[in-house]
Design a protein around this ligand. Structure first.
Ligand code: PLP
Length: 463
């Protein structure tokens, strides 16, 4: 008998209480936070879906590893466990621990990318883009066309547009120091990349003699999607699939705060001896000695264990299924979301839900704020507050107005998700009363973190 209910494949040993404020208290908290959820205290949030980065729960084995760890400055036992774990999964020769993903990016691009060069990717994550632009180089996004249409279904909507890459390498080959593929495609909705796509990109890169790197933050979730959706992979283990993915690349950057199942950590791994040498010099300058990088021994130990726990089939089935369960319920309730559900988050299409709010009155921001006011849920706007401000000071609507609800790993249960569905459905019923907002004060860059806003007409909801 195969039972249909997919349960959380763990039991709970430590609990952290969460606190339910009433609606008035939440409205007050919002007012004090100038209608910016980044400014709300975490203890005033009931369900926090701001990010899946570094917010997961570690296992009893990881906590045991924390105690077993070796905190020696040089040559610690924990480093060798970490290195061997990364090597076993990725097959890359050199492993450089960093405090998180962006440090690995900064070191790699500092060593290998120079001004005026172009780094293609399916879609650059914002820190990847920022670290390339910091070298005065261009971060070029080449997603497949389907990626830009929330309502269009595609099993591998994270794929890189191979024809567009071929054109880029044909015309600019000498000016491309490396190609990136981000698995899963975070900025594109947590959508997976197929093995066939990675293989095709790899062949093209090898043909032009250009190294391929994976932005591997969600390598385990991507492996699971390949197992579920791609012909020929159903009988392979997630580890076998991950190994094959990495075999097509020359290196990777990784944030262990995602599929490393830890609260901090990351690494750069690569095969090229000379490049590794340069990167290691930089690592010592900005992160630490090469056998600990930016991490404590206990972090290295927790990552070494977490990378394999993230590849556990029962965990991945629960992980991807719980996000899809939420997405399916929202779709059944007629709520517009990016389809199909991605691996780590659900994205509500606020442009479709709130057509009465123009983009520069920030419909996705308004929706995220009302989700908190009504249900104590924290999400994040990916729209015109985040992307609308142009370098010349003007405002331009972002391509999409999305609200992302990202799931911390192993933290929330199905009843939390059922509650979320009720909150979103309730807010959807109120949608015609939701008002836009105006920015009162904001810094010129990365303004969404600190901007102060206020609702147009003085209240979040029209009466
Ligand atoms: C989180 C993330 C990064 C950056 O990692 P940090 O640990 O936050 O510095 C890079 N790329 C992708 C796809 C990510 O999701």
């Amino acid at each position: 008998m195969e039972f249909q209910t997919i349960i959380e494949p763990f039991r709970i040993k430590t609990v952290e209480p969460i606190r339910q404020l009433n609606r008035e208290e939440r409205i007050e908290a919002l007012r004090n936070a100038h209608y910016n959820l980044f400014r709300v205290k975490a203890e005033d949030i009931l369900i926090d879906l701001l990010t899946d980065s570094g917010t997961g729960a570690m296992s009893s084995e990881q906590w045991a590893g924390v105690m077993r760890a070796d905190e020696s400055y040089a040559g610690a036992r924990s480093f060798y466990r970490f290195r061997d774990a990364v090597r076993k999964i990725t097959g890359f020769k050199h492993v450089l621990p960093t405090h998180q993903g962006r440090a690995a990016e900064h070191i790699l691009f500092g060593a290998a990318v120079s001004a005026g060069q172009i780094v293609p990717n399916n879609t650059h994550f914002d820190t990847t883009r920022a670290n390339i632009e910091a070298q005065s180089a261009e971060a070029r996004d080449l997603p497949i066309a389907e990626a830009l249409h929330p309502e269009v279904e595609h099993p591998f909507k994270g794929n890189l547009d191979v024809a567009a890459l071929a054109d880029t390498l044909e015309s600019e080959g000498g000016n491309v120091p490396m190609v990136f593929v981000t698995v899963t495609n975070n900025s594109g909705g947590g959508q997976p990349v197929s093995m066939a796509n990675i293989r095709a990109v790899s062949e093209l890169c090898r043909h032009h003699g250009i190294p391929l790197f994976l932005d591997a933050c969600r390598f385990a979730e991507n492996s699971w999607f390949i197992k579920q959706r791609e012909e020929g992979y159903g009988d392979k283990t997630p580890l076998e699939i991950a190994k094959e993915m990495f075999s097509y690349a020359d290196g990777c950057t990784m944030s262990a705060k995602k599929d490393g199942l830890t609260n901090i950590g990351g690494f750069l791994a690569l095969n090229d001896d000379d490049l590794a040498h340069d990167c290691r010099d930089q690592l010592i300058l900005t992160e630490g000695f090469p056998t600990y990088g930016g991490l404590a021994g206990h972090d290295l130990e927790a990552v070494a264990l977490g990378l394999f726990e993230a590849l556990d089939e029962a965990y991945l089935r629960y992980r991807v299924r719980s996000v899809a369960y939420f997405g399916d319920k929202l779709m059944a309730a007629g709520i517009p979301i990016v389809r199909p559900p991605g691996g780590h988050a659900i994205y509500i299409d606020a442009k479709a839900m709130l057509p009465h709010i123009p983009p520069l009155e920030f419909p996705a921001w308004a929706l995220s704020v009302v989700l908190y006011a009504e249900g104590g849920v924290r999400s994040v706007e990916i729209g015109s507050v985040m992307f609308g401000h142009q370098p010349d000071g003007s405002e331009k609507p972002a391509p999409m107005e999305l609200v992302r609800l990202a799931f911390p790993r192993r933290v929330y249960t199905q009843s939390h998700v059922d509650y979320l569905c009720e909150v979103v459905a309730h807010v959807n019923d109120l949608r015609s009363r939701i008002r836009g907002l105006v920015i009162v004060e904001a810094p010129p860059t990365l303004r969404h973190f600190t901007a102060k806003l206020k609702p147009l007409g003085g209240a979040l909801l029209a009466s």
